[in-house]
Design a protein around this ligand. Structure first.
Ligand code: NAD
Length: 292
């Protein structure tokens, strides 16, 4: 039996099916559970077949407690309330977590923070390597360009996405605001309409596009006088996120309690840590507010 046995919450979702596939492809991970919402008609199906991979002998269940008995890490891509319930149970059972759910409110963030005081949790609004690296590029660009350039974040996702702006866009905003010495809560402008007046140079603007089957696109524009810089990331497959989440599951088992992010998983986190509120041992120290 492999060391790291993975249960997946939200197994029937768009991400869940890719997570099953990515887990089955990983050399050191074993899929031990696949959890769907209570009462789902998919209960009892083979998890591998659910993901179009052929039977693997793992039955889909709607009982997380049962699924956690055989697992030492839970990957959760569900809904904010479900993720909070699942985190409480993982803390209770001593099971590590990888959380990809976005759109968490303040209380939900606090509940995850509490759970991370008991078990290690990797939390990221975007598990792609490209986005994680782009956060570093944005930080550098904002520091170099400073207040002379207006900053706007534009994101596009498929028509089924239920939160806006994306967790990734907000995370980008946090990184940009911090590099520019601003507070995102005070400087964010979400969409514009009507007689807005001239642009306030201290703001960071967010625009959201929803439609079709767009997997996820983010562009940050630095707009100056006579030149403009654009940093764009385009995800063309959900397997990008699934592979990052599965890689995080392999990484997080055996860590001390704490809240980690994808920068920790990739080894990009600064040794001194960030100025955030919660730090896992060896973690970046990024506060939950700056992650979700
Ligand atoms: P989806 O609606 O296709 O899937 C969510 C699934 O969770 C559904 O099948 C739903 O029935 C199930 N679910 C709800 N409550 C549950 C519970 N208590 N137990 C088990 N399953 C439950 O959505 P999706 O596109 O797969 O996205 C899921 C989440 O992941 C969203 O918040 C999305 O923004 C986020 N996401 C994150 C990343 C990332 O890299 N972090 C990438 C893509 C999507």
């Amino acid at each position: 039996m492999n060391d790291n046995r993975v249960a997946i919450a939200g197994a029937a979702g768009r991400m869940g099916r890719h997570l099953i596939e990515a887990c089955l492809q990983h050399p050191r991970l074993e899929l031990s559970g696949a959890v769907v919402r209570a009462g789902s008609s998919l209960t009892g199906r083979d998890a591998g077949e659910l993901a179009g991979q052929g039977a693997v002998g793992v039955r889909v269940t709607d009982n997380l407690t049962e699924a956690l008995q055989a697992a030492n890490v839970l990957i959760d891509f569900t809904l904010p309330d479900a993720t909070v319930d699942n985190a409480r149970l993982c803390a209770d059972k001593g099971v590590a977590m990888v959380v990809g759910t976005t759109g968490l409110g303040e209380e939900q963030k606090q509940a995850l923070e509490n759970a991370a005081g008991v078990v290690p949790i990797v939390l990221a609004p975007n598990f792609s390597v490209g986005i994680t690296l782009s956060l570093r590029l944005l930080e550098t660009a904002a520091r170099v360009l400073g207040d002379d350039f207006d900053v706007e974040v534009v994101e596009a996702h498929h028509r089924h996405k239920i939160d806006a702006p994306s967790g990734t866009a907000l995370r980008m905003g946090e990184v940009l605001a911090k590099a520019l010495g601003r507070n995102l809560d005070e400087c964010a402008v979400f969409g514009r309409e009507g007689r807005t007046g001239e642009r306030d140079p201290s703001t960071i603007g967010f625009e959201t596009i929803r439609g079709g089957d767009v997997v996820g696109e983010h562009t940050v524009l630095f707009l100056g006088d006579g030149e403009r810089l654009e940093i764009t990331h385009r995800a063309s497959s959900r397997m990008t996120f699934a592979r990052g989440a599965v890689r995080s599951a392999d990484w997080v088992v055996g860590r001390g309690p704490g809240l980690y992010d994808m920068e920790d998983v990739l080894g990009l986190a600064s040794p001194q840590g960030d100025a955030g509120s919660l730090s896992g041992p060896g973690g970046s120290g990024a506060g939950i507010d700056s992650i979700v």
